[in-house]
Design a protein around this ligand. Structure first.
Ligand SMILES: [Zn+2]
Length: 486
């Protein structure tokens, strides 16, 4: 009997907090660092008699995020009420565009297991409000023996985009590339900074398995992943779990499971889905977006990071790995492109950015926005190293000096006492004398006239060139050595 094979079928839902100073339906602050329950008002607390008012900044950010995912923008969309009861939702319903969202379908490209590009279709992106956050702790003594739960409504009404993919993802690795690429695109678009450590991106995954014998497992929804690593581990766990069940002839039930990051397992959720009833939100009019508004946002969209990386590879001949690293950070890519305006070789500049610039930023825990070497100075430095006016070692010294002292290139060269144009004169003679001292037997052979073919002289020349890192002129080196061995 042929061995059974299994194909994972995975869809991903992502919540991203959109960048806006105020919440989606009121003017409360979205500052994530505020004290609990300080950014609240009757609207986001859901008090009776209050009315939501749509924040148009959030609409614009939703359009940016949608365009970044190759989605179309719908001229008319609606808000709905998703009703359920939970302590994090005081008004008893969440306002969401779930059924008629602001965008139509889009896609993100990832690499499949053979390294080929594959489209993951995005079903849509919709706008919605976040709910409050619950914090559970052990008993604080007020109720004997009981654990205590606190609720913070600062998050209630924070603007979210929910992005729903089609079930086109086939592995945990593809899932991670999908969310990584998507996050980078959204950051480039300006719709959100998507700071993972501040909980600005959360994931749910729908995982099912297709068996080569024709069986299909039911869809399992896995919730509660807050990092790329958690998403990857949760999907890997579910694939293994469902595969094992199907190999044992068990039926995979449709259910919701929670990812437990500490234990590295998913567990069946005891809570049922409460909401099923959607009604059109009676307190908000339909959202209309004109073609002019869409065109205006489109015109402001920057080149997307993966498109940029491909351009670096195809047009500037930059290695893929270097292109990916530079475009990973929008500001680093902007810095690199500024350098290109000063006429240095793009490949050489890219290597300096990839190695030296990232090295000092990493060592000093700084961002590229705090980097003190101007693009012009870096471009000049790279050109001078390329032209042989500075050795690579000297170039790095100049680089470190400019970075530490916030100086220009000429000042750095002057203050370091470097003579441009290579090693010559006394410096060269000093190097030759040292090499002769280290190779007394070679010197003896030359002096005794045994080196008739000049092989030993060539050998010494090689050592000197190596020591000067190629920064001396070969004819000058040859002449100086002949003089020195006389
Ligand atoms: Zn409010």
């Amino acid at each position: 009997m042929a061995e059974l094979t299994f194909t994972p079928v995975i869809g991903i839902e992502i919540h991203i907090r959109l960048k806006s100073d105020t919440k989606i339906f009121c003017s409360c602050s979205t500052n994530p660092d505020s004290e609990p329950n300080t950014n609240i008002c009757p609207v986001c607390m859901g008090l009776p008699g209050t009315l939501p008012r749509l924040n148009h900044k959030v609409v614009e950010q939703g359009m940016r995020a949608g365009l970044a995912l190759n989605c179309g923008i719908r001229p008319k969309s609606l808000f709905f009420r998703k009703s359920y009861f939970y302590p994090d939702l005081p008004k008893g319903h969440q306002i969401s565009q779930c059924d008629l969202p602001i965008t139509t379908e889009g896609f993100i490209e990832v690499h499949d297991e053979n390294g080929n590009l594959k489209k993951i279709r995005v079903h849509h992106l919709h706008l919605e409000e976040d709910v409050g956050s619950l914090h559970h702790s052990a008993s604080d003594g007020r109720l004997e023996g009981a654990a205590t739960s606190y609720v913070d409504y600062n998050r209630s009404g924070m603007p979210l985009a929910e992005i729903v993919s089609e079930p086109d993802v086939s592995s945990a690795k593809e899932a991670v590339e999908y969310v990584t690429t998507l996050r980078r695109r959204v950051i480039y678009s300006g719709a959100s900074d998507v700071e993972l450590e501040k909980g600005m991106m959360r994931f749910d995954a729908n995982v099912s398995m297709k068996c080569s014998d024709g069986r299909w497992g039911r869809k399992v929804e896995v919730k509660n992943m807050n990092s790329f690593k958690a998403l990857e581990r949760a999907i890997e766990f579910e694939i293994k779990r469902q595969r094992k069940m199907m190999l044992n002839g068990e039926e995979v039930k449709q259910e919701t499971r929670h990812w437990n990051d500490a234990k590295g397992v998913t567990t069946a959720s005891r809570t049922k889905e409460f909401y099923r009833k959607f009604i059109v939100e009676p307190d908000l009019p339909p959202l209309h977006i004109s073609q002019e508004e869409i065109d205006a946002v489109k015109a402001k969209m920057p080149e997307m990071p993966d498109v940029k990386a491909n351009r670096y590879v195809n047009e500037l001949n930059i290695p893929r790995e270097v292109a990916d690293v530079i475009t990973d950070d929008k500001n680093l890519a902007a810095y690199f492109e500024e350098c290109l305006k000063f006429d240095a070789n793009p490949v050489r500049i890219s290597h300096w950015v990839r190695t030296e610039v990232l090295r000092v930023l990493n060592e000093t825990q700084k961002k590229i926005s705090d980097f003190t070497i101007t693009p012009e100075n870096l471009a000049k430095l790279v050109s001078r190293v390329d032209e042989g006016k500075l050795s690579t070692t000297q170039g790095k010294e100049v680089f470190d000096y400019m970075f530490k002292n916030n100086s220009g290139i000429d000042e750095a060269i002057k203050n370091l006492g470097i003579t441009e144009g290579g090693v010559a004169g006394n410096a060269l003679n000093e190097i030759i004398q040292n090499i002769l001292k280290e190779n007394p037997d070679v010197l003896e052979e030359i002096k005794s006239g045994k080196d008739k073919k000049g092989k030993k002289l060539k050998f010494l020349q090689g050592l000197v060139m190596k020591e000067t890192k190629g920064q001396a002129k070969p004819q000058e080196v040859a002449a100086a050595i002949e003089e020195a061995v006389k």
